[in-house]
Design a protein around this ligand. Sequence first.
Ligand code: ASP
Ligand code: MG
Length: 455
Amino acid sequence: MIVMKFGGTSVESQEAIARVTKIVGDHSHRRPVVVVSAMAKTTNELLDVGREAAAGRREHALAIVHRLRTHHLNHALQLAGAGAADLERYIRTHFEWLEELVKGLSIVGELSPRSMDAIASVGERVSSLIVTFALRAARIPVQHIDARRVIVTDDRFTQAAPIFDQTYARLKEELSLVARSAVVVMGGFIGATRDGQTTTLGRGGSDYSAAIVGAGLDAEEIQIWTDVDGMLTADPRIVTGAHRVKSISFAEAAEMAYFGAKVLHPATVLPAVEKNIPVVILNSRRSDAGGTRITSETMPSTNPVKSISSKRGITIINIHSTRMLMAHGFLRRIFEIFDRYETSVDMVSTSEVSVSLTLDNTENLDDILRELRTFAEVSIEADQAIICLVGENIRHTPGIAGRAFSVLNQNNIRMISQGASLLNLGFVVADSDVPTAVSALHNEFFSELDPAVFD
Ligand code: ASP
Ligand code: MG
């Protein structure tokens, strides 16, 4: 059994859902459980509906609801074949329910997280029905399951956490048997508390749903279908000849995500990692493109570097204090300030009397600087970028740093860090140097490719 998750862009239109139908049909021998996101942009619009309603702009909120309803009907009904009338009724019922909710909220004039989740859930409830009808019209045996019956969560609405033992038990109870004879379709992102209140797992939560379902059913594989070919050796907007990375470890993928690559958030696939279930990133527009397979073990590769990520527009803060010479507690004092302003630090380098660190979120920078200046001299450098070489074999391969430095000798390197995990080597350079620096590094480390790992 496998899990196939389709993101918002993969179900954004009639054509996109037709592609999904074909892809699921091609995999039906592997007994897929299909997890779908809402149609692209729908979740954002639903959240607008809630805010507009609660702000008393009832007509505007209803106008968005009607637009969403039309959009869903326009793209769905032709896919449903003989089921069109039933599907239309289901879609209309969901949007009528939403209309009632909007009317209520606009009277009450407030939006609780609980109502927000009720509203947001409509996207996945409807998209999963549409995909179910499309599969049925394509003569694929299919069964729709309301995700709220199987994903049991706590009641932290809008950011609910799954209760794993109960969720896994329900998944086994409700899905194991059905999945033997039919493709099961369910919405991602949504769940319910034990007493049946609708919850959501947080934005982008459908990947998490897929990983939970895969882990709960001991899937052979979890496929995440999206709109890119998988993970690449570098950002294709920067490097024209970036290559696809065919296989990568979870640790490497996490490092890449942290330093810029947006394909998959590593925390969302943790349930899969814990059960050693491979996660494969695939492109629903080019289903034969191959994708990237993420597994717990790294594939041996003659290329020590798997990918170059970059995180742009970051700020360096240099903190210098001679008063702190030989004193302990200096770092703690600094980091307490960042903690208080909920600002995370990406890279740090220290000496006895100075600390340099990088931030990507500068929302509270003024306050942070004011507090730091009570005990240290502080300067900042804006418009910087982190460039990171990622690969588990970096630690076993001597001379990587030397090669990187000789390539970057034209650039002014502001900070260097070899991550404690030893699977990344990071540099901070001026943001304007990123295109030349990343291209030069890419030439250095990917001019010869191990065909087992790269394409
Ligand atoms: N539809 C939800 C969102 O846009 C969940 C997801 O797509 O992963 O956040
Ligand atoms: Mg999405």
